[in-house]
Every structure is written in C-alpha cells, then in structure tokens.
Ligand binder design. Structure first.
Ligand SMILES: Cc1ncc(COP(=O)(O)O)c(C=O)c1O
Length: 415
C-alpha cells in the first residue's frame, strides 16, 4: 500500500494500515439510493434491538452518567458481566474483566500488548478482516492456517510453523460460528491449540462475539472452561452481536497481571469506555432481560439460517457450496459448476446494481485468496427478504457467468 503523502513523514506502520472492506461497505451502502438486501454487514436488524429498553435506561440518567469513568469499566456493568458469565458456566472474576469500546478495542489492546514488528501471528484462513487488520497495524507477520468444517485445522499447525521458520507469538481464533465461515472449532482441536500455545510460548486470542448465539447442536466448551485461569488465553467479547453494534461496548477477560497492562494500554487510547452506554447496558442487564432476549434471538436466527440455506439450495443447487452454521450470523458460499470462474470482487458491482450486497471472499484473507467465495449474513433480513436477496444474487451471478446478457432482469433503480 502506498501511503506517501507529500510533505508528511509518516510512521512506517502506516504501510500496514489496510482498512476494512467490511467497515467501508457501511458507507458504501448508506450512499445507495435503490433498495438493497443487506447480506453484507454482520449486524442484527433494528427489529431485534431492544431500543425501547435502552431509551428507558438512557433517560433514567443515573448519577455520574456523563462523567469520566474508571478505565476498568463501570463497576455495575463489570458486576453484571461477571454474573452473566457465571450463569453461562464460564469461570471468571471481576479482577479479570476490562470493559472495552467494542470487541475491536479488545483486539487492538491484545495485539498491542503482544506484537512487535515482525512477530508471527497465526490466523484462520478465511478470518475476520479487522482481526488481520489489527494484527497488521502492529506490523505482525501473518501466517494463515487452513480450515475445514471443524474450524482451524490445528493438526497442520506444526508443519505450517516449521515451514514459516518462526514460532508464533499469538494465535488468533474465532472458535464459535466463525466469521466468515460459520464453522465451530471442535473440542479436540481446542485442547490441541492450548497445548501448542504452551509449547510455543504463545497466547491464544479467543475472539468470540457469537458464542451466545448457538441455535443448534451441542455446546463446545470454551478455552476458559477447558483451561480455567490460563494466562495464555485472552478472551475478547462484545455486546455488538447480542445487543447492538452501535453501543460500542465489549469486554476483555484476561489474566489479572495482563489486565493491568491492558488498562494502561486503554488509558493511552480513550481513557474509558462511553459512560452513557455502559449505564444503559448495566441497567438492561440488571433487569434480567438479557437471557430472554438471547433465547428470542436464537429462535429468529435459526429460522433465518434455515431460510437462507433453503433459498440458496433452491436457486443454485450444486453450483454453490454452503456451510451450515449451528449459530451466529454467517454462511460462507463457494462458487462451483457454472459459477466456478466468477470472481466475487468483480461480481460485487453487478450484485449491488441488482439490489443485493455481500462481502467478497478475498476481504477475509491476508493473501487475497478465496476469489470464488463470499460471505452472506442471514441475521439482518427476514425470510422474505432473504428470498428476494438470493434471487437478486442469482441474477447477478447468471449475468457475471455469461448465462444471460447483462441487464436482463436487472433490478437496477427498480426500488
Ligand atoms: C469475529 C469478530 N470479532 C470482533 C468483531 C468486532 O466487534 P465490535 O463491533 O464489538 O467491535 C466482530 C464484528 O463483526 C467480529 O465478527
């Protein structure tokens, strides 16, 4: 990336400030004037956000709501998060928790504490764009690990590390309903990863925004359950996917000694997380609303996942291979057969013209691979909208694959 700006001597690290295709799609979509089915952002739709409850807690305006707060987080919120973790059977302690500005700040703090320029970080391929982006911003050497239907192929890691000639300092994983593949790391691989981290003197950055959204299958114990109190595990969590992304509130759960360092890091960034939003969430959790809300989300997301897979199968048959997530937001599509040669970055403008948005596969890798794959989010749209969106995606794919002439059946400007 060329970051030279005449007259400004930039830091070397700006070479690695790559930006996020996912985040940029928010502005791109906001600027569109025609109707678009939104399969792009990993966000709950407005109808699933308890905004009336939030408004009530906001207007209650508790004392100190507009003050600076403790960097550790609002004590009432830390207490509520701790109680939630206990209900979920996750061993923790308030001394391990640090409230952050979303999951992204948790990732940033984790990489900031661990990575010097050139240090190796193992990431899943594909993985969350901003995870790679954050590691890269600290000039990490990114080492990609392949995945299958049980998540990262941990068995391959020793060979991959040997070939790279460098042991990793951090392993970045999204263990549940991974973004973007929707797959879940098996228990045996989690155990293996804990052993490898020990062997390599490395830290596991366990980024799990979707774990509470399991709507099918059996719970797989988390790293903190398999190895309670292990200082090699940094848990990055967020309310973005279970409450609302615009709140920008999440938390880190990490060894108390590391937490003090994380607090120092946060103090050099933003002093404390947004106080009104911490009060709103603390009030919401105190009322005991979260567990019922999560149960409702699981029902709706299961219905939407089934609808999405049904529509994809009906429209594309064997020309598209899909994953089958047991929770979370995402299905990963691999183009096959008649669509095998379609490049999903090149497809994107046609899809947008037809009125549907998704994220192209290469956005999820450091190496720019997965050109014939894409991510769709089923969480944002009703089953009716999902049907409409898949139909529009089909029209764009047919056009791009040369199966129909450009413009035939296009929805451009229709709505
Ligand atoms: C795997 C993963 N980690 C972290 C985040 C960022 O969370 P937040 O929006 O709370 O910063 C996301 C959001 O898409 C995500 O999918």
């Amino acid at each position: 990336m060329n970051t030279s700006i005449p007259g400004i001597r930039l830091a070397a690290r700006t070479e690695r400030l790559t930006g996020s295709v996912i985040d940029s799609s928010t502005a791109l979509l906001a600027s569109q004037t025609h109707d678009i089915v939104r399969f792009a952002m990993g966000a709950p739709n407005a109808d699933l956000i308890p905004s009336a409850d939030f408004a009530r807690h906001f207007t209650a305006s508790p004392e100190g709501m507009y003050d600076y707060g403790a960097t550790e987080g609002l004590p009432e919120l830390v207490k509520e998060v701790h109680e939630y973790l206990l209900r979920e059977g996750v061993p923790s302690d308030p001394e391990r928790l640090l409230i952050t500005t979303g999951g992204m700040q948790g990732l940033d703090i984790a990489f900031k504490m661990l990575i010097d320029p050139g240090d190796a970080v193992i990431v899943e391929a594909p993985t969350y764009t901003n995870g790679i982006g954050t590691a890269s911003s600290y000039q990490a050497r990114i080492i990609e690990a392949p995945m299958d239907e049980n998540g990262m192929i941990v068995e391959d890691l020793p060979d991959i590390v040997a070939a790279a000639g460098q042991t990793p300092k951090a392993i970045y994983t999204i263990p549940n309903f991974q973004n973007p593949s929707g797959t879940t790391l098996s228990e045996s691989r989690r155990r293996m990863l804990l052993e490898l981290a020990e062997q390599w003197d490395a830290v596991i950055i366990d980024d799990d925004p979707y774990g509470a959204l399991r709507f099918e299958g059996k719970h797989v114990p988390g790293f903190a359950q398999l190895s309670p109190g292990n200082p090699r595990v940094i848990q990055v969590r967020t309310f973005s996917k279970v409450l609302a992304p615009g709140l920008r509130v999440g938390w880190l759960d990490l060894d108390p000694a590391l937490r003090q360092l994380a607090i120092n890091a946060k103090q050099a960034m933003d002093t404390c997380t947004n106080m009104p939003m911490q009060h709103v969430i603390a009030g919401y959790l105190r009322e005991g609303s979260l567990d019922d809300h999560l149960a409702g989300l699981r029902t709706v997301y299961r219905e939407r996942k089934i609808a999405m897979r049904h529509e994809l199968s009906a429209r594309f048959g064997d020309d598209v291979q899909t994953t089958d997530p047991e929770g979370g937001f995402f299905i990963w599509l691999t183009l096959k057969g008649r669509y095998a040669e379609v490049d999903t970055e090149e497809l994107f403008p046609a899809a947008l013209r037809h009125g549907v948005a998704y994220i192209p596969g290469p956005a999820f890798t450091h190496s720019g691979t997965f050109r014939h794959a894409l991510r769709v989010c089923f969480a944002t749209s009703t089953p009716e909208r999902i049907a409409e969106g898949v139909e529009r995606l089909g029209a764009a794919l047919d056009e791009q694959a040369g199966l129909v002439s450009a413009g035939a059946g296009s929805q451009a400007g229709a709505k």
